[in-house]
Design a protein. Structure first.
Length: 163
């Protein structure tokens, strides 16, 4: 995950019970190339990571959210004239605490994510953030600070303790 983990988590502390970056029990990240085939790679990475963490039962919801966040980053956050063969400008981070899982997608744009017309369910696109909002317990975004340019869009899932 690198050194920006605690910076990336700062907005997650707003309005939620405390999240201590040092208390992350597990984290994983992967770089994604600027091609739509990267969504499949992100789902595969998510599946293997969740299985390794014993959270395979959460895959369907988490993978849907990861797919939407990565698709939005590839579709809206990359310049239209950017070569689709250059190094990975999009990165997926998965972080786990005892009671929470966060999926975060970093991209090079500083533009706010915009929800489409969520009322038009027949539309081909524009439902991504509506789906994220429906399946995750919360989500948000923030611009990156320091030397990194761009933003992080994140989704939080509450994990239930094993009975």
């Amino acid at each position: 995950m690198g050194t920006n983990g605690s910076t990336m988590l700062e907005p997650l502390r707003q309005g939620l019970p405390p999240i201590d970056p040092a208390a992350v029990s597990s984290s994983a990240s992967c770089a994604l190339p600027p091609r739509f085939e990267a969504v499949r790679g992100a789902r595969h990475f998510t599946k293997s990571t969740l299985a390794g963490w014993g959270l395979g039962e959460r895959f369907d919801d988490v993978a849907l959210v990861v797919s939407e966040l990565v698709t939005n980053a590839l579709r809206h956050a990359l310049p239209a004239d950017a070569p689709r063969t250059e190094d990975a400008p999009v990165r997926l981070h998965l972080m786990r605490w005892t009671s929470r899982l966060v999926c975060a997608v970093r991209d090079p744009s500083q533009e706010s994510p915009v929800a489409g017309n969520s009322g038009d369910f027949a539309a081909e696109s524009g439902r991504g953030l509506f789906l994220v909002d429906s399946f995750a317990d919360s989500w948000g975004w923030h611009p990156l600070a320091g030397t990194l340019r761009g933003k992080v869009v994140w989704a939080l899932f509450r994990l239930h303790a094993a009975d």
